[in-house]
Write a protein that binds this ligand. Structure first.
Ligand code: SF4
Length: 70
């Protein structure tokens, strides 16, 4: 089964919260934080992979990367 690794480049994140709105199971933005964090760095559920790719495409700064690892 395919799996994907999700990463956020904190240097590029502009804290837009888009990824949190698109995929709240995968991303969070701490109240006192200025960058998004990945809640699940490695996912193999097809639905979550699809959401991760949606977030990747939606990120206004291109900070999210989703890579196939399996
Ligand atoms: S969508 Fe991109 S810029 Fe916005 S919070 Fe998420 S990682 Fe940061």
């Amino acid at each position: 089964m395919a799996a994907c690794r999700i990463t956020v480049d904190e240097g590029r994140c502009a804290a837009s919260t888009t990824c949190v709105l698109v995929a709240p199971d995968l991303f969070e933005l701490p109240p006192d934080g200025d960058t998004a964090h990945v809640k699940a760095a490695l996912v193999d559920d097809p639905g979550l992979i699809e959401l991760a790719r949606e977030a990747e495409e939606s990120c206004p700064t291109g900070a999210i990367q989703v890579d196939l690892v399996a």
